[in-house]
Write a protein that binds this ligand. Structure first.
Ligand SMILES: Cc1ncc(COP(=O)(O)O)c(C=O)c1O
Length: 336
């Protein structure tokens, strides 16, 4: 966890960033993957030669591919066109087979088509096993037993709000279960992407990877969170780019959504929170050829909008600083 000093005109706030990029394959999904693999192994032992298939936007796939590789098994990842090229390459380095879904479903996302393909692969190959991150209780349990307690321990007594990105909802559901039981006064904010229906809302096209889903989370009920904040992909990308330019810290797109949601509450009127924690699901390394790259944004038709959003963030007097010594000793992806 590192402290981000945020200024907004003359106002100042300290936001704690829990950098999940410090996990073995660089994201919060390492925790989910360990939970899923252990659960599968308990149900029926995994062994060399076992094949596990899963629908993934990237991070879970990298984490699963690593674990399956370690036990001599094989991982089949069903991804989509929003999955960064870097993530696909990382899965393949761990020996995974990567199948890319190219057709958007009726809700403007890829999830339904990815799941259809997973079911088809399992039907065609009876030896394949589906870890089912969307319904397996081992997903939220990993965060209830791991992420939640760790977050509370690192944040200390002043913790009063957490901001968590949702897709399957497993991370938030697990953290929420732990917090509601042990620190019920902490405000829990679900951060979702515009165009996602993970916690309600209207379906639409999205460029963000990792955050958001084209179907409702099966793990989350409204009592698990106090508020939902939806952030556009343009605003999320702009936030990441401003943060990287000002601090050298590059984070993934969903972390930009989380930071945006947090900052808008912290500097809302009246100020809402004193000691908030942003769970930053992954680092920026896997996005250097996507939203950190102007030509990718141009191809996607959003370069002008992202630049405008960056200008607006700066024009509003928002700026960021981190203690470089604190950051440099913990993460290895400073960009300059
Ligand atoms: C970058 C990123 N952010 C957020 C999430 C959301 O996590 P969850 O599926 O636990 O809701 C994911 C999940 O894949 C992710 O990869």
């Amino acid at each position: 966890m590192v402290t981000l000093h945020v200024s907004h005109g003359r106002r100042r706030a300290a936001v704690l960033l829990k950098l999940e990029s410090s996990n073995p394959t660089g994201s919060s999904k390492d925790r989910t993957a360990v939970g899923l693999v252990r659960q599968m192994h308990r149900e029926s032992p995994l062994h060399p030669g076992s094949v596990v298939v899963e629908s993934t936007s990237g991070n879970l796939g990298i984490a699963m591919a690593r674990l399956l590789d370690e036990i001599g098994g094989r991982f089949v990842a069903v991804v989509d066109l929003n999955t960064p090229a870097e993530s696909r390459a990382a899965m393949m380095r761990f020996g995974a087979e990567v199948v890319v879904v190219g057709d958007v479903d009726d809700s403007g996302g890829y999830l339904h088509n990815r799941l259809r393909l997973v079911r088809q692969l399992c039907a065609d190959n009876p030896e394949y096993r589906w870890s089912n991150q969307y319904g397996n209780p081992a997903n939220p349990l990993a965060h209830e037993l791991g992420t939640g307690p760790e977050l509370v321990e690192q944040a200390g007594r002043d913790l009063d709000a957490v901001y968590v990105a949702v897709s399957t909802g497993g991370t938030l559901a697990g953290i929420s279960r732990y917090l509601r039981a042990t620190r019920p006064q902490v405000r829990i904010v679900a951060v979702d992407a515009h165009g996602s229906v993970a916690v309600g809302g209207c379906a639409g096209r999205r460029l963000l990877s990792g955050i958001g889903a084209s179907r409702r989370s099966s793990f989350l009920t409204p009592s698990a969170y106090d508020a939902v904040v939806r952030v556009t992909d343009v605003r999320s990308f702009a936030m990441c780019r401003v943060l990287a330019a000002e601090t050298g810290l590059s984070v993934g797109g969903s972390s930009g959504s989380v930071l945006s949601a947090c900052v808008s509450e912290v500097f809302g009127r009246p100020p809402v929170r004193r000691s908030p924690v942003c769970l930053m699901p992954d680092g920026g390394d896997n996005y250097l050829t996507s939203f950190y790259d102007d030509s990718w944004l141009r191809i996607k038709g959003v370069l002008g909008a992202v630049r405008e959003a960056e200008r607006a963030i700066r024009a509003r007097g928002l700026s960021f600083a981190v203690d470089r010594a604190e950051l440099g000793s913990r993460v290895g992806y400073l960009r300059n």
